[in-house]
Design a protein around this ligand. Structure first.
Ligand code: SAH
Ligand code: SF4
Ligand code: F3S
Length: 477
């Protein structure tokens, strides 16, 4: 008599944080599926729940421990469920996670992703396990020869990770400590990947990395060390042109470029490649030269504004967005006034502002005697918000009367009778349509009204229907 066949285990991965974790989650899913597991739709029908965590700011940590608390109650009801914690917070807190949440079965770090299945089997056989490698042991493409590291948010758009890790050392930032140095994915492979996505009906790709402007420096350095006669240089501008030339790709976006490494070649590639969208997310962090120097950002406010002006001069109708940190240790009222002045001068289309969050292990976290009191930070944060919203509203009002190309993203979240689309400048537009339009449809919309965070419009005509299949299968490359 044959053994009864056990049903396949079902897994659920919840991803926090940025594209690097998304990238890893796809790889973990690929490894689990290769091991015979199938995807669950919900915690309640999952046998294995992976929380792929972020630790960029303190609220990211809090979110994880909140979610773990909830999972514990599920596990109390179903003791066979396995809880796995991976990602940046695992890399940072290591054994601390199981100390705070002893019911977690497996903790593994950002450099152990390729061992996900093996570690799960070990924890099943031997009991709870924490495994954290200090650095990547081999080449990304050796460890994952057949991974497909593109994330498909909607069928018509895809994220393509071009680089992992970061070689910078911004004083506030935990990323280099938990992710290691920059590794660029090979150029030809990325272009092929985008061509495969386009063949499956994807019309928009977003290239992702922590410092995309240095993309390829490590590849050219390695080629040179191997004896090739090449100049060590970033290849990002070339990549933008190559991806923009892929048949069927109508929109190319990217994030994030570091202002110190934003080069004229990149601006020229943006201006000259029709598919590259007129949107630049250029994180400034502060408008004070003193604070920028303490952060080790590598530019001054003046230099930043010069780069912005150069980009605006070359790229017609460029939208600009940014990230700003309020309350970096030692930030004075005067420093903050300079941030307000820069924010006003830069005339951002929109901005993310963050309250400084000390991250143990970073240089700035050591500056305890210079921490800015919470009430001072809160008041600054509110003042900055006023300046940022004023400039966003002015930018959006300028667009009233224009005809914009939008791509439909689906029904509006607040009012399902209205559709939401995204313009090339990355702005949301809400508009009515007599007929339902499929996600991914291209249409022309006249802007009729503006708010700080969105536009309203009137549908003029549909210009191209969506081409993607409803669900794009995860392909092996
Ligand atoms: N690599 C990107 C930033 C990635 S992190 C870049 O350099 O542009 C995204 C944003 O989080 C940063 O731009 C910064 O504004 C914010 N951030 C990072 N660490 C932070 C911290 N310790 N406290 C508050 N905000 C932080
Ligand atoms: Fe962090 Fe700076 Fe690297 Fe961005 S560039 S990930 S802020 S260290
Ligand atoms: Fe968070 Fe790690 Fe990304 S800390 S922002 S998930 S690199």
């Amino acid at each position: 008599m044959s053994e009864p066949v056990e049903p396949a285990k079902r897994y659920l991965i919840r991803t926090f944080g940025c594209q690097m974790n998304e990238h890893d989650s796809e790889r973990i899913a690929g490894l689990f599926e290769a091991d015979g597991m199938t995807a669950a739709t919900d915690v309640d029908d999952a046998d294995v729940v992976v929380l792929n965590t972020c630790c960029i700011r303190e609220n990211a940590d809090n979110k994880l421990y909140g979610t773990l608390g909830h999972l514990k109650s599920v596990k109390d009801r179903r003791p066979g469920m396995e809880i796995v914690v991976s990602g940046c917070l695992a890399q940072k807190d290591q054994e601390g996670i199981r100390e705070r949440a002893p019911y977690v079965d497996l903790v593994f770090g950002t450099h152990n992703v390729h061992q996900a299945t093996e570690l799960l089997h070990r924890s099943r056989a031997e009991g709870p396990l924490t495994e954290i490698l200090a650095e990547t042991v081999a080449d990304d493409h050796e460890l994952f020869p057949s991974a497909m590291p593109a994330h498909r948010e909607h069928g018509h758009t895809a994220w393509v990770t071009i680089q992992i890790g970061c070689d910078n050392s911004c004083a506030f930032c935990i990323v280099p400590a938990v992710r290691g140095g920059e590794i660029s994915r090979p150029f030809d492979r990325l272009v092929h990947e985008v061509a495969d996505l386009a063949a499956a009906g994807v019309t928009e790709v977003t290239l992702l990395g922590q410092n995309v402007n240095s993309y390829g420096r490590d590849l050219t350095l390695a080629a040179r060390q191997a004896g090739d006669d090449v100049r060590v240089r970033p290849l990002f501008a070339d990549l933008l042109r190559a991806v923009g030339a892929v048949e069927g790709i109508r929109r190319v976006r990217y994030t994030s470029p570091h202002p110190k490494d934003l080069r004229p070649e990149t601006i020229a590639a943006m201006a000259e490649t029709a598919a590259v969208c007129e949107h630049l997310h250029l994180p400034v962090q502060s408008g004070s030269d003193r604070v920028l120097a303490a952060m080790h950002r590598g530019y001054t406010a003046e230099r930043y504004l010069e780069k912005l002006a150069a980009a605006r001069a070359e790229i017609v109708d460029l939208a600009v967005t940014t990230d700003i940190i309020v309350g970096f240790p030692g930030e004075t009222d005067h420093d903050f006034e300079q941030t307000l002045a820069l924010a006003a001068a830069a005339e951002y289309d929109s901005a993310y502002s963050f309250i400084y969050s000390p991250r143990a292990g970073t240089e700035a976290a050591e500056l305890v005697d210079r921490y800015v009191p919470a009430d001072v930070i809160a008041a600054r944060f509110d003042r900055l918000k006023v300046v940022l919203e004023r400039s966003a509203l002015a930018k959006h009002r300028d667009r009233i009367g224009r005809v914009e190309e939008v791509v439909v993203e689906g029904p509006s979240r607040k009012d399902p009778s209205v559709l939401t689309g995204r313009t090339r400048q990355n702005k949301l537009v809400h508009f009515a349509s007599a007929e339902p339009l499929r996600v991914g449809t291209f249409a022309e919309v006249e802007v009729t009204d503006a708010a700080p965070h969105f536009l309203r419009g009137r549908l003029l005509e549909v210009t191209a229907s969506a081409r993607h299949r409803t669900r794009i299968p995860v392909a092996a490359g």
